[in-house]
Design a protein around this ligand. Structure first.
Ligand code: ADP
Length: 352
């Protein structure tokens, strides 16, 4: 396994627009890095540049000790797992996994050992004689991973590997990938637009927007201390509530004239952020803002209450378990002072 060093890398497809703009990232040996961001933010382009499927316009990528900018994909010692599996339909599972090794002239015994070991790891043993069309989506994705594992690469690259699977299977395969990472202790770079996948799989997340890095950090750091409004609202589900505010005596004032105490709040604060799980429903004298219950969603495990606060906006409140509520009733909202996020006029996070 190997370290990966991405140094000031940019990609220009045409004209002057940078699909990836001066991105630098270090991935430690054995680290699971997730590149996450909305569609078009440049995450696949970056992964493809690491893989050698896309030329690097500027900067350098180092895998292990080698700068790989000018190396072919096959010379980079990486294995890529795609969302569409890319299996050979006419070959059995065994041969799909063995194919790349045979091409490299590896001895038959060694190939057999590696394929059977990977099949055991991925619980594909009973399926080795089947063709891809005789497999479920999850099994096919496991074969695609097996094909990567047998190569024993310096790093694994995953390009949205779970996006073709249904919701239940996605959760199952997410666990499989987490276990695989633990077992192999391998360097992995994983692209997804799904922040839940990012949160659950990553040692380190890189949040991208419009080709640029918004923030790098451990999942829980991004959740607890987002550097700006974009990350604050991208990480976490349901997303963070955000409302305009102004500094006021001893706290903050909202557009509807209500004020909340927050001694020492930064005078530069122009927006307040609070996650749905950090709001409680409170009697009027204890609330920070009051509104009207617009919609209630009962999930069984949680109750999501959407409260419309006139002139301020819609707030999502997450209550644990099943809570009986009535739409159209007034509701007071109390914000947990330990979990307040403040943002300046430039959307950067301030100390609360
Ligand atoms: P993501 O994977 O985050 O959805 P991409 O890396 O695919 O984003 O794309 C980043 C940007 O580069 C987008 O604006 C996209 O339209 C553009 N882009 C991607 N591939 C090409 C290409 N082959 N030619 C021109 N522009 C491209």
């Amino acid at each position: 396994m190997a370290r990966l060093h991405i140094d000031q890398v940019s990609k220009i497809y045409t004209g002057t627009q940078r699909a990836v703009d001066t991105v630098s990232i270090d991935v430690d040996d054995g680290e699971f890095l997730v590149l996450v961001g909305p569609s078009g933010c440049g995450k696949s382009t970056l992964l493809r540049m690491i893989a050698g499927l896309e030329a690097i316009t500027e900067g350098a990528i180092t895998i292990g000790e080698r700068v790989v900018n000018d190396l072919d994909p096959a010379e980079r010692d990486i294995a890529m797992v795609f969302q569409n599996y890319a299996l050979y339909p006419h070959m059995k599972v065994y041969d799909n996994m063995a194919y790349g090794l045979r091409n490299r002239g590896i001895a038959r015994d060694e190939i057999d050992r590696r394929v059977r070991e990977a099949a055991t790891t991925l619980e594909l043993g009973p399926l080795l004689e089947r063709k891809p069309r005789e497999l479920s989506g999850g099994q096919r994705q496991r074969v695609a991973m097996g094909r990567a594992i047998v190569r024993n690469p310096a790093a694994f690259l995953f390009d949205e590997p779970l996006s073709n699977l249904d919701a239940a299977l996605r959760v199952e395969m997410r666990l499989e990938i987490a276990k695989l990472h633990r077992r192999l202790d391998a360097t992995m770079v994983y692209v997804t637009h799904d922040q839940v996948e990012a949160m659950t799989l990553a040692d380190k997340i890189v949040v991208l927007q419009a080709g640029r890095i918004e923030q790098v950090g451990a999942p829980i750091d991004l959740y607890m201390r987002p550097a700006n409004l974009f990350v604050a609202q991208f990480i976490g589900s349901p997303k963070m509530n955000v409302a305009d505010c102004q500094p006021a005596e001893g706290g903050l004032a909202f557009a509807n004239g209500q004020a909340m105490s927050l001694p020492g709040a930064d005078a530069a604060a122009r927006k307040i952020g609070i996650r749905p799980e950090h709001i409680t429903l409170a009697p009027p004298e204890e609330s920070d803002v009051t509104g009207v219950i617009d919609v209630i969603e009962q999930l069984g495990s949680d109750t999501f209450v959407y409260v419309e606060v006139d002139k301020v906006g819609l707030f999502t409140v997450r209550l644990v378990g099943h809570v009986e509520m009535t739409e159209g009733e007034p509701a007071g909202l109390r914000f947990d002072r330990d979990h307040i996020h403040l943002f300046g006029a430039d959307d950067r996070a301030l100390a609360p």
